[in-house]
Design a binder for this molecule. Structure first.
Ligand code: SF4
Length: 383
């Protein structure tokens, strides 16, 4: 294969896009200044031209054609595919082949446009790419992308309607919080007004909006405010989804330096759970679905529609079940979660008294600060 048979692939995508084809239309982030994020610090932002992206789509199509040769009736020749994959000497080309194969084996119906802020592009350029993509792969039924709230707020509903018409179905946006004080603290470069305006226009344009909320990212001092501001934005903008991404302060970020210098105090896992509870309490009429689709979340089974009484009762009940545990058992559960030994509280209930006794001993010694730091360290490893 020639060197030309590669296409750009960026570093991240939402967990809900795990099955999606990743297509890079921009590289890096236009902002790159959030104090908790160093993902693109060494990457200079680049917007690929429509022609460059179309060339990538052509390369993907050529892989797809080859890979479909391994489909016999309804049966994939997996041995043949694995052999072919192993025979590709170039790492980058092997990664491209693997991505397209995995995508097609999963149905080949969803695409995620990378990187951090695709909507920095004009609607014309993005539409051009979207139309070409759908024409090349008519089986696609969902295309999604990331957008920054401040950038999104600059566009009116017509911009989003044009993108919807061209094929964009959902925008993921890391709002992180709806509190202006927290937004300022983390240097998000956006305000709650931007978030609300963006949310309303995106939905008016017919595109789904999926926002991210980071419990704990305001630190102990702004913990309540983090929840209350976020609930306000939810009630006003009514995104389709709010996805929980438990906040952690990662070494190598400015927020971590703040922590080391004593300017930022870590929230405990319990503080973060209380924030989620508060958001649910304050949004009884929102048509938003709360999703907890990431292993960084302590209570990953808290999911449901905020405006549905039955879902609300279940989510709040599950939170209360956790919060009513003795403190030592809450620590045991945190440790089990953070070390991937439990998915939910039921897993902990299945442990024997002897196992629980050992774990209780192991978690009893650290001070609150030591414990919060330890849990923060575990969570940081996942992001
Ligand atoms: S906008 Fe997103 S990608 Fe860019 S610096 Fe902030 S968190 Fe990181």
């Amino acid at each position: 294969m020639s060197q030309a048979r590669t296409f750009h692939i960026g570093p991240i995508r939402p967990p809900s896009e795990a099955e999606s084809l990743l297509l890079q239309v921009t590289r890096g982030c236009t902002w790159n200044k959030c104090r908790f994020c160093n993902l693109y610090r060494d990457t200079r932002f680049k917007a690929y031209s429509a022609d460059e992206v179309k060339r990538d789509i052509d390369v993907i199509a050529s892989y797809a054609e080859e890979i479909r040769g391994y489909l016999h009736g309804l049966q994939w020749d997996l041995d043949g595919l694995n052999e072919r994959l192993a025979s590709i000497p170039d790492d980058e080309q092997r990664q491209c082949f693997y991505m397209v194969a995995r995508w097609l084996l999963g149905g080949g119906e969803t695409v995620f446009l990378q990187d951090g802020n695709t909507t920095a592009l004009s609607s014309g350029r993005l539409s051009d790419v979207l139309i070409y993509l759908k024409k090349t792969f008519p089986q696609i039924r969902r295309i999604t992308s990331y957008g920054r709230a401040e950038e999104l707020s600059r566009h009116d509903a017509d911009y989003f309607a044009e993108l919807k018409e061209a094929g964009l179905d959902r925008i993921h946006s890391g709002f992180e919080t709806g509190s202006d004080r927290v937004l300022e603290l983390i240097h998000k470069g956006t305000t709650s007004d931007h978030e609300i305006r963006a949310g309303k226009n995106i939905r008016a344009g017919g595109i789904e909006l999926s926002i991210y909320f980071m419990p704990g990212i305001g630190g102990k001092e702004l913990s309540e405010e983090n929840a209350e501001g976020t609930a306000r934005v939810l009630n006003e903008a009514e995104p389709d989804f709010i996805r929980i991404r438990t906040g952690a302060v990662k070494p190598g970020t400015e927020l971590y330096d703040d922590y080391l210098q004593g300017r930022f105090s870590l929230c405990s896992d319990d503080d973060k759970v209380r924030e989620i509870r508060r958001v649910i309490e304050l949004t009884p009429k929102a048509g938003t679905r709360l999703v907890s689709d990431h292993m960084v979340n302590l209570l990953q089974d808290i999911e449901g529609c905020l405006g549905l009484e039955r879902d609300r009762r279940r989510m709040l009940g599950r939170i209360d079940e956790y919060m009513e545990l003795p403190e030592t058992d809450r620590r045991v559960f945190q440790l089990l979660r953070r070390t991937l030994r439990a998915y939910d509280l039921d897993d902990m209930k299945r442990l024997s008294e002897a196992e629980m006794g050992q774990l209780r001993e192991a978690v009893a010694a650290p001070t609150d600060r030591q414990w919060d730091e330890k849990m923060n360290g575990y969570i940081s490893r996942f992001i």
